[in-house]
Write a protein that binds this ligand. Structure first.
Ligand code: ADP
Ligand code: MN
Length: 347
């Protein structure tokens, strides 16, 4: 029984990332270092010491890690095994019971999947942008060949000068997407979406990269005030994330910022244009874990509706906690450049 499917709306990355039928969860091919990072962040008991009142801890910027789906050795129908961190999250696995792994999966040697909160769950028309952070794109474990290759990528793209690079977008078509170079986008279906590929981001320059943000936000279905609100909210989120990262002692090589906004005006109507700056739907600060359980316990869908937009950090295959080592300058620089662009272009 296969009741999960290829993730339809994604902005970049490798193949093999799946979602369930209802699109509540993400199954990402397991990488041990990424698993360790999620566990370490989510199971830490105290926030970093230097946190001021009002600062947001790193975990609130990350998708919630819900468990590990491991390939078993039993017969196909019960070869799904769920492992969670502890009793707090165990209820959340109710929705996962009975999941089978695809027997025809790609044959790579990953043994299982990370189960994560799907950041676009509940969106009608998600518009997604993936931005890779950092000037340095490799860690000390990389081979010499990989170091050389990724140094070259950094030197020849905005990564090297600005500390970020647009990896890709999956957005609704708009007046800017019509002018995109043939090599820079793909149109798969007639659903009104366009996939802006990595060659687009690699060919942006310090001078013109701000236009890519104009393109991302230029949604033909949303009114000007709504678009202004989106830019304003993302600008605030970048500032808040910056404060978070100044207080955290981590190294996040080649992780990404994931921008998401709702392109269906009906959902904006339903929400009266209200869009929280920080989404605490899963990661409830109050420490009341029961809210997570009720999301999955009795209903098939989450109790609360998703936000109209969000900013998150994703992709931690080369991330680690580094207590005592200070903030992650490599990532901070990229956020600074982004704040600068948002200030100049959008305010
Ligand atoms: P890779 O290691 O292959 O680069 P990523 O974690 O960067 O994988 O994910 C690739 C893409 O999948 C992202 O650009 C994003 O569009 C989508 N994605 C990843 N994680 C999530 C998530 N938790 N919720 C929604 N979309 C996600
Ligand atoms: Mn990625």
């Amino acid at each position: 029984m296969v009741i999960y499917k290829e993730l339809e709306h994604k902005a970049a990355g490798h193949d093999g990332t799946m979602t369930d039928e209802d699109g509540l969860l993400i199954f990402k091919p397991l990488n041990p270092q990424e698993l360790a990072f999620y566990k370490n962040i989510q199971t830490r008991l105290e926030k970093p010491k230097r946190f001021e009142e009002g600062d947001v801890p790193l975990e609130l910027w990350m998708p919630t890690y819900l468990g590990l789906l491991e390939e078993g050795v039993n017969k196909p129908t019960d070869n799904a095994q769920i492992i969670t961190d502890g009793s707090d999250l165990s209820k959340s696995t109710v929705a996962l019971r009975g999941l089978g792994l695809d027997e025809n999966s790609d044959g790579e040697d990953h043994k299982g999947f990370l189960v994560l909160e799907n950041l676009i769950a509940g969106y009608h028309k998600p518009n997604i942008m993936d931005i890779k952070l950092g000037k340095i794109l490799y860690d000390e474990n990389a081979s010499e060949e990989k170091k050389a290759r990724l140094s070259k990528v950094s030197e020849t793209t905005t990564s090297g000068l600005l500390g970020f690079r647009i990896c890709g977008m999956k957005i609704q078509e708009n007046k800017y997407t019509m002018d995109l170079d043939l090599q820079h986008h793909e149109k798969h279906t007639d659903d009104g979406y366009i996939f802006v590929n990595k060659m687009f981001g690699r060919t942006r320059t310090v001078e013109d990269v701000h236009q890519a943000f104009d393109m991302y936000f230029s949604n033909q279905k949303l009114s000007e005030p709504r678009i202004e609100q989106l830019k304003h909210n993302f600008s605030q989120r970048l500032q808040l994330l910056y404060n978070t990262l100044l207080n955290e002692e981590v190294r996040m090589i080649s992780s990404s910022l994931l921008f998401v906004y709702e392109g269906d005006p009906m959902r904006w109507d339903e929400e009266n244009d209200e869009d929280p700056i920080i989404n605490d739907q899963f990661g409830d600060c109050s420490g009341d874990e029961s809210s997570l359980a009720t999301d999955f316990d009795t209903e098939d869908t989450p109790v609360r509706s998703p936000p109209l937009s969000s900013l998150s950090l994703i992709d931690f295959a080369h991330s680690q906690l580094t207590p005592g080592k200070g903030y992650d300058e490599n990532v901070i620089e990229g956020i600074e450049s982004l704040m600068d662009i948002f200030d100049k272009s959008f305010t």
